[in-house]
Design a protein around this ligand. Structure first.
Ligand code: CU
Length: 346
């Protein structure tokens, strides 16, 4: 009896112990020592690029000081063809400019509130370790600028957003974007990178109603949007605005969700994500069909374009795609690949 028991107990002990070791190795990928990374004395003034584009990868550069300029601009724009909305934006786009840095960088963030704006604003970046994610230090009136500094301790893809009351309304008007903190040495190289962020919009008028639409607080509280869109507009990623890829290229999408309310079931019809950085963090899942992106969250998805065609990007809560606007496309051009995919000939 004892002879059987001892090996059984021993194997349970070993199994438990290996679990512990797994957890320990995960814990070390946090911000343990990144606080001590010294910057090399150089300063980069990050150039703002409009979505779906992103700044160049960090590569294997040393940590440095990165100065980021974001300007809040309240402006009327198109939510759908013929439907206007008074967007509140970071740098004039929804989502706001993509910020790209590496772990150990000292980031100096300038938040300017355009003098023509009506409301005060601020910014909470989920990549920040500090009170309010920067919101406390950046509350700024129209015509003024606030500056705060933070060290990027944790690698990953993070949301940022305005956190001025009523917070839900500021976010619902388009005040969100993504900040990527690359690990030391940078993310692995891919051929194409794109920036896509989902958001839900609450208008007095029903979906498709023409003219300038007012924000509807009741619909926002009920979490019942008229519009669910990628990159701030129905059709922002359709027609001549579809991201272009060639067959054989590897593609990385920095996918975020501004919300304010709805969780995205992010999916590309006809593609399998070879890799997903779950929740934008360090853990990689492989061979994923649909990834969940919560409001105030993100994921990095990667795939290889094997076969030419149009690939439809959706929130797979599918009425949102076909009835509320959460639909875009990626266009893949190049030679047919009948080994991977062949249309029926009849
Ligand atoms: Cu705001």
């Amino acid at each position: 009896m004892k002879k059987v028991l001892i090996p059984a107990v021993l194997s349970i002990f070993l199994a438990l112990n290996s679990c512990k070791q797994d957890n320990a190795s995960n814990a070390t990928s946090g911000n343990g020592d990144t606080e001590k990374i010294e910057t090399d004395g150089t300063i980069e003034h990050q150039q703002s690029v409009a979505p779906p584009n992103v700044p160049a990868p960090v590569g294997d550069r040393k940590a440095k000081k990165v100065v980021v300029h974001l300007e809040v601009i309240e402006k009327v724009g198109e939510l759908a063809d013929g439907t206007q909305y008074n967007f509140w934006t970071f740098n004039g786009s929804v989502p706001g400019s993509f910020i790209r840095a590496r772990v150990g960088d000292d980031i100096e963030l300038h938040l300017k509130n355009n003098a023509n704006n009506t409301f005060p604003h601020n910014i909470d970046l989920h990549a920040v370790n500090g009170p309010g994610g920067g919101a406390e230090g950046t509350f700024v009136a129209p015509g003024k600028e606030a500056i705060f500094n933070f060290k990027a301790l944790n690698p990953g893809l993070y949301a940022y957003h305005c956190a001025t009351a009523p917070v839900g309304m500021h976010i619902a008007n388009g005040m969100y974007g993504l900040i990527l903190i690359e690990p030391e040495g940078g993310l692995p190289k891919v051929d194409k990178e794109f920036y896509i962020m989902q958001g839900d919009f609450y208008t007095k008028g029903k979906f498709g109603e023409k003219g300038l639409q007012e924000f509807d607080m009741d619909k926002a509280i009920a979490e019942n949007p008229e519009y669910v869109v990628f990159n701030g507009k129905v059709g922002a990623l359709l027609g001549d605005k579809e991201p272009q890829v060639k067959t054989g290229e590897t593609v990385r999408i920095f996918a975020g969700n501004g919300g304010p309310n709805l969780t995205s079931s992010f999916h590309i019809i006809g593609e399998v994500f070879d890799k997903v950085y779950l929740e934008g963090g360090s853990k990689i899942n492989e061979n994923v069909q649909t990834t969940v992106i919560p409001p105030g969250g993100a994921a990095i998805v990667e795939f290889k374009a094997n076969v030419p065609g149009e690939y439809v990007i959706v929130d797979h809560a599918i009425f949102r795609a076909f009835n509320k606007g959460a639909l875009g496309k990626i266009k893949v051009t190049g030679a047919d690949n009948p080994k991977v995919y062949k249309k029926s000939s009849n």
